[in-house]
Design a protein around this ligand. Sequence first.
Ligand SMILES: [Zn+2]
Length: 150
Amino acid sequence: MKYGVIVCPKCGMAKGVESAKKTTTCQCGREIDMSRVKIMFLTDSPRVLAESVAQVNASLRGGGGMPSGKRSRRRDPYTAISERAKMVKDPLERMHVIAKELTELRSGFTIEDLRRVTVLLGKDSPEDMLARLREHNMVYEVGDGTFRAV
Ligand SMILES: [Zn+2]
C-alpha cells in the first residue's frame, strides 16, 4: 500500500491518502478527485505519511498553530503554488511544477503569473525560469505570450 499527501483545492489543507484511491473526502466536506490533484511524499509507511501531512500543513500555514478545519479565508493561488514549489528540491523540477500548477490554474500562464510566484519564492527570475523551461521543452507558447506546461 502506498500513501501520499494531497492538498485540498477547496480549503488548502494537506491530507494523507492511499494513492490507489480514486476519490477522497476532505474534512471540509469537499470530495477530491485524486486524478486532479498532485500527490506528494509517496511512502509506504503510515508513520512517515502522518509526519508529512503535519509538515505540509505547518508549511502551508507558515508555521503557525491555527486549529485545522475552521479556515474560511481563501488562499491566494500564487502563494499556494509557491508553497508547494518550495518542497521541490531540484530547481528544474521546481520550475516545471510551478509551470504545471499555473497551467492548471487558468489553462495557460504569462510571465506575469510566473513573476508572482517567483517573487514569493525569491529564487529564480521569471525570465530565466521561462528560458530554462522552454530549453527543456517543458512549456510551449500558445500565442500572445501565453504558455502552457507539457
Ligand atoms: Zn478541504
